[in-house]
Design a protein around this ligand. Structure first.
Ligand SMILES: [Mg+2]
Length: 230
């Protein structure tokens, strides 16, 4: 399913600042270096005399980082830094999301600023954007705060930081993300969320979570942005 063009236009009309999730709407971070392989590498690099780190059975390295934060706080700085290095490797083989570039260009053309808000490491986001020539289209990046996995969505912390940098109010912003936690973080920060349903079943989950609109392609969001520019 997808929001009607009129519905999207009315959601986008008051928006001056677009807060944008990275993994999903911009690229598939772990397309070439699968998340499960990253988690295995992370486990290997963090294993010591006490055995593997908490969460070593997770196939999502960010979920592993959360588990480490819950159970081995002392390991968090090393775990976060190590994962950030692996994410830098991963983005070199990431798959660009169709329509992402067009969406960023239409945001710029319509005078809206774009702020990346992601649970991935800021250094990895910056590396990807620079490699793909997208850095000029993005005002700033707010990846998870290094050593502080609790900053990750569904916490609104990173969205609030982006809003502060933009000197924006929640009503001037919208958050575009592909996960239920993105919608939850947006609502906790006081703004609406547009869901990007890139897989079957996600649309229903994003709608149930309260996304104000759901799109199935970034191209359709780019078109909505372009149509609103008159
Ligand atoms: Mg995502």
């Amino acid at each position: 399913m997808s929001a009607s063009p009129e519905g999207l236009a009315s959601v986008l009309a008051p928006v001056r600042h677009v807060l944008l999730d990275f993994d999903g709407p911009v690229c598939s971070v772990f397309a070439g270096f699968p998340a499960a392989d990253v988690a295995r590498r992370l486990t290997g690099l963090l294993s010591g005399p006490d055995g593997p780190p908490p969460g070593h059975e997770e196939s999502d390295p960010l979920a592993m980082l959360r588990r480490i934060a819950d159970e081995r706080e002392d390991l968090v700085p090393l775990a976060d830094e190590t994962l950030a290095r692996l994410e830098m490797e991963a983005v070199d083989r990431a798959q660009p999301t169709p329509g992402a570039r067009a969406f960023l260009e239409e945001c710029q053309a319509s005078g809206r600023s774009v702020w990346m808000v992601s649970n991935n490491a800021t250094v990895a986001i910056e590396r990807y954007l620079a490699a793909h020539g997208l850095d000029r289209l993005v005002a700033g990046q707010f990846g998870r705060v290094s050593g502080h996995p609790e900053s990750m969505k569904p916490s609104p912390q990173l969205l609030s930081a982006a809003m502060a940098a933009a000197a924006a109010k929640p009503g001037d912003c919208v958050f575009v993300g592909d996960a239920v936690r993105d919608v939850e973080a947006a609502h906790a920060a006081g703004m609406e969320a547009i869901g990007y349903a890139n897989k079957p079943g996600k649309g229903a989950a994003l709608t149930k979570a309260g996304a104000v609109a759901v799109v199935t392609s970034m191209d359709s969001l780019a078109r909505a942005m372009a149509n609103g520019r008159t």
